[in-house]
Design a protein around this ligand. Structure first.
Ligand code: 5AD
Ligand code: SF4
Length: 491
């Protein structure tokens, strides 16, 4: 894993801001909901939708746990110890709940996300304070599930019915009059049919399902109307997107991006996470054709060894990956490439690891996430022979991360002196400072007035930090038309 804190899958925590809620409450009887988000951007999106669904029920978001009438942990299960972390967090919450009880206040506790899906009833058995266990496809049912839980029954809802979820969530969202931040996520696809042998996603999120074009376009239009200027389309395997269009044809991600690029006010589009096998010509060409499609691509390869790629069931070779990168760079020479790597997959020899290092040297990444292989119960990798010892995994991870850090530094340094468009997103740490995002997804810090938040400005890059760039606003020139985290979902 790289050193950027916002990319740490296990510790990322989001409390959805109270400012995001509407006043469409029932009868002024306001209750507070605290949502803690673990894991990838898809969970961030889901957490926002959960607060949308709860708003008309009278729930307002809080980032103060002690103040919460309802606590929801939106969990991630992709790597080791996720469930253990949830149980220990539930232990802490139990104490807060007991404290609140002393002053006669109740607190309901829900566990959502992939740990909920994987553990099911086990959660309320091991942690009796949990009133509600709800899998990723059932968030639209939160109000009725809460009702049941309030009536005293332990509720466990882990059905897979993603269509119902999205239909219902959209309907709800339509009633909201939310002011959104300038950059937002939009889930277009969920689940995965690839069955990489290390990965739990096909089991926790289920089969691959795409939302309809119409639903996505209308959600994107609403977002643009609410002030969103950049949308990142999300999916565990987002470039496998195959949604139905209004005339019944099936659209791929390239076609969807072309349609979204027509929406007024939507200046920037991104998508994540992609699988190399699903990078078709239309999607690659969209990087050439669409000014609003940002020059950044997260395209995990996981390993540079053909033997390991095969054992991982990645369904492509190292050479095919190189050829794909060549095609992408042909249409978008300046693109920032990012990836995911796993070290220490069962059977990975020193030579296999060296092949991965060699692939990284040949490709040249702007950033990358890397992980030690962790055995996930129920996946084929868990029962493979030749599990790699922990100390070997640690040494390989350190070497790989050092190489990626070097490449990231070089990529950042290559931006020095450039003028690029920066989407200004929020205030910075110091007074007078704003933080924005470059076309290549790097954070950019600069001095600028607060009223520029939400605008895209021409910025000269004047200095380079370890994780971010420092810029100078070029007055009077916005939207020059030049082409610019919480971790990505799987793939
Ligand atoms: N062990 C280590 N890393 C994993 N990932 C997914 N499953 C595992 C696992 N069992 C990583 C992959 C994936 C990213 C989201 O998490 O690199 O692309
Ligand atoms: Fe699917 Fe990605 Fe998991 Fe592979 S790693 S099974 S492509 S979600």
């Amino acid at each position: 894993m790289t050193s950027r804190p916002e990319q740490d899958m296990e510790t990322n925590v989001t409390a959805v801001s109270a400012a995001d809620m509407t006043d469409a409450r029932k009868g002024g009887n306001t209750r507070k909901v605290f949502v803690r988000t673990y894991g990838c951007q898809m969970n961030v999106y889901d957490s926002e939708r959960m607060t949308d669904v709860l708003a008309p029920e009278g729930f307002e978001a809080t980032d103060d746990l002690e103040d919460a009438d309802l606590v929801i942990l939106n969990t991630c299960h992709i790597r080791e110890k996720a469930a253990e972390k949830v149980y220990s967090e539930l232990g802490r919450i139990r104490k807060v709940k007991e404290e609140r009880a002393k002053s006669g206040k109740d607190m309901m506790v829900g566990v959502a996300g992939c740990v909920a899906q994987a553990e099911g009833e086990e959660i309320s058995r091991r942690a009796p304070i949990v009133d509600l266990v709800v899998g990723p496809q059932s968030y639209h049912q939160l109000p009725s599930l809460l009702e049941k839980a309030r009536a005293g029954s332990k509720v466990v809802e882990t059905e897979f019915d993603i269509d119902a979820k999205f239909n219902h969530l959209s309907e709800r969202a339509e009633k909201q009059v939310l002011k959104r931040p300038p950059s937002a996520f939009l889930t277009v696809q969920e689940g995965c049919d690839k069955f990489c042998t290390f990965c739990v996603v096909p089991y926790t999120r289920g089969a691959e399902v795409s939302r309809s074009v119409e639903q996505i376009v209308s959600e994107a239009e609403r977002m643009a109307a609410a002030g969103v200027r950049e949308i990142t389309l999300l999916g565990q395997n987002v470039n496998a997107y195959h949604g139905t269009s209004p005339d019944g044809a099936v659209w791929g991600l390239g076609r969807l991006l072309r349609r979204l690029a027509e929406i007024d006010g939507l200046d920037r589009l991104r998508y994540t996470t992609s699988h190399p096998r699903d990078m078709d010509d239309d999607l690659i060409e969209a990087h050439r054709d669409l000014k609003s499609l940002m020059p950044y691509l997260h395209l995990p390869v996981q390993s540079g060894s053909d033997k390991i790629l095969k054992a991982m069931n990645r369904r492509h070779t190292r050479d095919e990956y190189f050829r794909l990168i060549d095609r992408i760079r042909e249409v978008s020479p300046d693109i920032a490439l990012s990836g995911d790597f796993i070290v220490g997959f069962p059977g990975e020899s020193d030579q296999d690891f060296e092949d991965t290092m060699d692939l990284i040297r040949q490709v040249g990444y702007g950033s990358a996430f890397s992980f030690k292989y962790s055995s996930r119960p129920g996946t084929p990798g868990a029962t493979m022979d030749e599990q790699v010892p922990e100390d070997v995994k640690s040494a390989r991870l350190a070497a790989l991360q050092a190489l990626v850090a070097e490449q990231q530094k070089a990529f950042n340094a290559s931006r020095l002196g450039m003028t690029c468009d920066v989407l200004l997103e929020k205030t910075g740490r110091n007074p007078g400072q704003l933080v924005g995002k470059s076309p290549w997804l790097q954070p950019v810090q600069l001095d600028a007035p607060e009223d520029l938040i939400g605008s895209i400005q021409a910025v000269e890059i004047v200095d380079i930090g370890s994780n971010s760039l420092f810029g100078r606003l070029i007055a009077g020139q916005d939207d020059l038309g030049r082409s610019g985290r919480i971790p990505a979902p799987a793939a």
